[in-house]
Design a protein around this ligand. Structure first.
Ligand code: C6P
Length: 609
């Protein structure tokens, strides 16, 4: 039969990579941020959603919404069909041997917790060991720590080198007869390293040890074939592969999943329930207790369809050119240092600005003012940051819709930020020999707050308020380096923060403090705290409603959760110091009372003499 173009096999024809059409498919890319066209480079945190995915989710709620696996009614059957079709799509996407091996979870985090709890409960004993790596996301550290604590097992960590590559010889040395599982990340979210997971699995399997792969950052950038990798478990999140949040996947080899006990109990995971005994459903339902995120699964199915239509090979090639170009452009900016230089990397560039020293937070906030969305901080990889001796990095991460032009613009803006900072590099402050604490800004925290709120009310936009906060920071009284001790360090802040407080000389209950940070924004926030709290009576400090004050300044909306936690940690430290002074004052008062109770007798006798 003569083949028409339509009937010809399409296997050899890769889909076209049409960047213009791809960008058109993502409605959010048409919006502006702080008055600039959006440049979204925080794709490792979550990817944007194509119109098709948004529509499929809406259509689900408009046309099929019903609970699954339960109803004989038509809607229930349609919803079940859609849900199970999504599972089949995931199975094909990962090339799993069977749909029974695909378990829907809330995300990669829940998938790893499922294995830690279920596999761990059944197979890990006191003295056993779990091997992870130094570049894991907290989601692949904490569940294992919790398990180890519960069972009396030990966590072993594969070290990484300066480039951000795993030391495979060290890995082999860590494997012992006590090793019950190896759990490693496929692509590091903080360094971009692509780990040689196939080799890692081969080495573990040679000793009969199963392997979990955290694929949260891999599936949107490269084709993953779980049978070819031969991994025992593979975890990922829907929202990082252009699907919705709240849905993710645990792939597990059927044979292993069958041996594992259920994790959560509830509806849909049972075969039968009596008070005497419950039997469990077959795979995959055994691990899916309760009503799942049905629309989320359907949306994930649509996202996979979209990715397959664009072609993972095309996406990988495009992102590789973005990575190469961005690496060249960032490396060319003096003072910028890339963290993570593995030979095999994908889609992530983490960097710090050393000269002039600019905190990652300031870089992120300044880029945001130009419409460029990146992530800053430890990226839920604190051990990685400790390995490099840094509090955090600025991270740009790519997706299929990013462009070379966007990267050029980011590089230009970043170079300008670095140059401006160099021009304005704070002259080494003339720190006076005696400590100079600021004078009280107002008679009480409440009056100080009212003055600040009045100033901020004049500034309508966040960029204006941000500039004002920076201006406050520039005028922060200098803090001598001798006071920047470990004891004065405030933990819980993503940047480095020190607070040194004392009771104002000549008073019994007035607190004053000096503080500093390596981040300009944080210096500004410190200045605000200083205006409100320093030089005030401790009782006023403790009764001041700081949450409401922050909300009136708009900080609750414009600061990230990490930054708000940092601010809360600073407030907590100030309040603790205030409590300490209040307690000392109370003890002093008691001591004086005791003294005066004894004194009258003495003074009478003294008077007599
Ligand atoms: N990393 C990032 O900005 P959840 O939150 O379950 O969807 O994904 C957790 C997770 C697990 N492993 C890796 C390698 C990850 O990168 C993430 C999520 C985001 O880097 C948010 S912290």
């Amino acid at each position: 039969m003569k083949q028409t173009p339509e009937s010809r096999p399409r296997a050899h024809l890769p889909p076209l990579f049409d960047l213009v059409r791809i960008r058109e498919a993502f409605p959010i890319l048409r919006r502006t941020v702080n008055g600039h066209p959006l440049i979204y480079l925080d794709n490792a945190a979550t990817t944007q959603k194509p119109q098709g995915v948004i529509e499929v989710i809406s259509r689900f709620y408009e046309q099929y919404n019903a609970n699954i696996h339960r109803s004989v009614n038509l809607l229930g059957q349609l919803a079940t069909q859609e849900f199970e079709e999504a599972r089949a799509k995931v199975q094909r996407f990962l090339n799993a041997a069977s749909a029974k091996e695909i378990i829907f979870t809330r995300g990669a985090t829940e998938a790893i917790n499922l294995v830690a709890q279920s596999f761990g409960r059944a197979f890990v004993q006191a003295g056993d060991e779990i091997v992870i790596s130094h570049m894991e996301h907290h989601s692949n550290i904490v569940p294992w720590q919790m398990l180890c604590e519960e069972k009396g097992a030990k966590l072993r960590v594969i070290p990484i080198d300066e480039n951000g590559e795993l030391l495979l010889e060290e890995y082999e040395k860590l494997l012992t007869p006590r090793t019950k599982l190896v759990s490693v990340v496929h692509v590091s979210n903080s360094l971009g390293t692509i780990n040689p997971v196939k080799e890692i699995i081969r080495i573990a399997h040679a000793r009969g040890i199963p392997v979990l792969v955290d694929g949260a950052q891999a599936v949107s950038h490269m084709r993953v074939d779980v049978q070819d990798l031969d991994c025992d478990f593979y975890a990922f999140s829907g929202h990082k592969v252009y699907g919705p949040t709240g849905i993710g996947v645990l792939y597990g080899k059927e044979e292993l999943l069958r041996k594992m006990p259920p994790w959560q109990g509830g509806g849909d995971m049972i075969a039968s329930v009596t008070f005497a005994k419950t039997t469990y459903a077959d795979l995959p339902n055994k691990f899916e207790a309760g009503t799942p995120d049905i629309a989320g699964a359907v949306g994930l199915g649509a996202a996979i369809d979209y990715v397959e239509r664009v072609g993972l090979e095309n996406i990988a090639a495009h992102e590789e050119s973005l990575l190469q170009h961005a690496t060249r452009r960032l490396q060319a900016i003096p003072g910028v240092r890339i963290i993570g230089k593995a030979a095999r990397k994908t889609a992530v560039i983490s960097f710090v600005v050393d000269d002039p020293p600019l905190s990652a937070l300031d870089v992120g906030v300044k880029l945001d003012l130009h419409g460029i969305e990146i992530r800053t901080g430890h990226h839920c990889c604190q051990p990685v940051m400790d390995r490099y001796g840094i509090p955090g990095t600025a991270r740009i991460s790519f997706a299929m819709y990013n462009t070379i032009a966007e990267i050029d613009y980011v590089a230009e803006v970043l170079a300008k930020i670095v140059n401006e900072a160099a021009g304005k590099a704070r002259p080494t402050p003339q720190v006076p020999r005696e400590l100079i604490f600021p004078k009280p800004f107002a008679p009480s925290p409440a009056v100080a707050a009212a003055k600040l709120i009045e100033t901020f009310d004049f500034l309508e936009t966040w960029p204006e308020r941000y500039q004002m906060i920076l201006e406050f920071g520039r005028k922060l009284p200098p803090m001598p380096d001798e006071l920047k001790t470990e004891a004065n360090r405030v933990r819980g802040c993503q940047s480095t923060v020190h607070i040194a407080a004392r009771k104002r000389p000549g008073t019994s209950d007035v607190l004053e403090f000096l503080a500093d940070s390596d981040a300009d924004l944080v210096r500004g926030l410190i200045a605000i705290l200083q205006k409100v709290y320093s030089g005030q009576r401790v009782s006023d400090i403790l009764s001041f409603d700081v949450e409401n004050f922050f909300a009136r300044l708009g900080l609750d909306k414009h600061l990230t959760l990490g930054r708000r936690n940092g601010l809360a940690a600073m407030v907590q430290r100030i309040r603790d110091l205030a409590r300490q002074i209040a307690e000392e004052a109370r003890q002093e008062e008691e001591r004086l009372k005791e003294e005066t109770q004894q004194r009258p007798a003495k003074s009478v006798s003294a008077g007599v003499s």
